[in-house]
Design a binder for this molecule. Structure first.
Ligand SMILES: [Zn+2]
Length: 435
């Protein structure tokens, strides 16, 4: 069946190869027309010295059209013992032989699939041969540049050097902020001195923390909230909760968080999430994820199963109370049995989860108000952004490498991919890193 149209298939591939080849020739001519970047007998080296012209040094740049040869005036700085071509800066190729267009393609493929497969995709779909190693280096360099750009933007927003525009009207009714974390398998050198889940107690993974912001404008016929399509944006970091908070703050400001009537912070019950929410959006409604709350309730019921007359019935009643948001009833029922010693202090801990989060567990009320009570969105995001790419069998990342690829994935999932490669007016140039 695939054989049908084979003649056309051969023809179109041949035609594309021919067009690419003539395109490369045309590009080479266009670039040659712009000169070789000659800036006189001397040029500033970047470190305050006068570098001297040292002749013309051509370079082959691999582009989406194939290899293209460019002439470059070469300068040498005697003090730095370093040479450079101003033309490379103009073209965005200092320290690399990959064109910006090809680097973007490689980043896109490398963000999506393992580097070997990404190289094969670029070859099969774009007709440009690059090695798996080059793909890895280039995609990670683009990711590192994306991270640096995101961090710079984040700092500028927090420092009010960038003032985001209010969200376009009509402003969605509710803005949700959810946070979660997941482990990424890393090389042994990346976990030295850290406690973890390895057999000898050493860590084999490093946690990446992820936050998702999204909006809700309407409810479905059953009165359940509907996530606005395309409204999700993400921030991520390997540097822990103290590094996540400023990223979330900037993203909240960038999206004009204060313009939404209702902000909802959903968390698994970990205290730091509420501390962060209290600092960043104190007026928000805090909700403890109902699935985590149920797990804790199962755990509590198991702890008391030796003493409750009908353990399954006891749990069922408490689950109903949880759904109703009647946390006082749960606490009362659990306190009805006098325990002693270790059992009693363990009970205190388990009940403590409910006591500390009591005002974040009014589930019936949240449902009436049309709010989500479960943090399924952030768990789905962890899978989509981190697990699918970074937690494949046999993968052992450097933290830098994983963070770079995850930066590309969050940027893409946030619908901000193009911003990485085409700066808007007044924005800094797109990220390019030497590889
Ligand atoms: Zn110098």
């Amino acid at each position: 069946m695939l054989g049908a149209g084979a003649a056309l298939g051969v023809l179109e591939q041949a035609m594309r190869a021919a067009l690419a080849a003539s395109g490369a020739a045309l590009l080479e001519a266009v670039l040659a027309g712009d000169g070789d970047g000659y800036a006189g007998p001397h040029a500033e080296c970047g470190h305050g010295h006068r570098a001297s012209y040292a002749g013309c040094r051509p370079k082959v740049i691999t582009t989406v059209l194939g290899p293209v040869r460019v002439a470059r005036a070469w300068y040498h700085c005697r003090e730095c013992e370093h040479g450079f071509a101003p033309r490379d800066e103009q073209l965005g190729v200092p320290g690399t032989s990959l064109s910006p267009g090809l680097a973007e393609m490689i980043a896109r493929a490398g963000a999506e699939v393992p580097f070997g497969k990404a190289a094969a995709l670029v070859k099969d779909l774009a007709g440009v041969a690059v090695s798996a190693k080059t793909t890895e280096r280039s995609a990670e360099a683009s990711g590192a540049a994306a991270r640096a750009a995101a961090e710079a933007e984040s700092a500028a927003i927090r420092g009010r050097r960038i003032v985001p525009l209010p969200p376009a009207g009509p402003v969605p009714d509710m803005l949700y902020v959810e946070v979660d974390g997941t482990g990424v398998p890393v090389r042994a050198t990346e976990t030295e001195g850290r406690r973890g889940k390895g057999e000898d107690g050493s860590a084999r993974t490093r946690e990446v923390k992820l936050a998702r912001l999204f909006t809700v404008s309407r409810l479905d016929e059953a009165g359940r909230p509907v996530t606005d399509a395309g409204s999700s944006t993400y921030v991520a970091t390997f540097d822990g909760k103290d590094a996540l908070a400023p990223l979330v703050k900037a993203e909240y400001l960038r999206r004009g968080g204060d313009h939404h009537r209702q902000v909802v912070a959903l968390g698994d019950g970990a205290a730091w999430i509420w501390t962060m929410a209290g600092d960043l959006y104190p007026h928000a409604t805090h909700i403890t994820d109902i699935y985590h709350a149920r797990e804790h309730l199962h755990d509590l019921a198991a702890h008391l199963a030796f003493i409750t007359p009908d353990p399954p019935g006891w749990l069922a009643s408490r689950l109903k109370e949880l759904d109703a948001g009647d946390i006082e009833a749960i606490i009362g029922a659990a306190r009805a049995y006098p325990l002693e010693g270790v059992k009693a202090s363990e009970l205190d801990t388990k009940i403590g989860y409910f006591e500390h989060n009591i005002h974040r567990m009014r589930y019936a009320r949240y449902r009436r108000l049309g709010m989500f009570t479960g943090s399924g969105h952030i768990e789905a995001a962890c899978k989509q952004i981190v697990v699918q790419r970074a937690k494949q069998s046999g993968m052992h990342w450097t933290v830098q490498g994983a963070a770079s690829i995850i930066a590309l994935r969050t940027q893409h999932a946030s619908g901000r991919w193009d911003e990485l490669w085409t700066p808007g007016p007044g924005q800094p140039a797109p990220p390019r890193a030497a590889i």
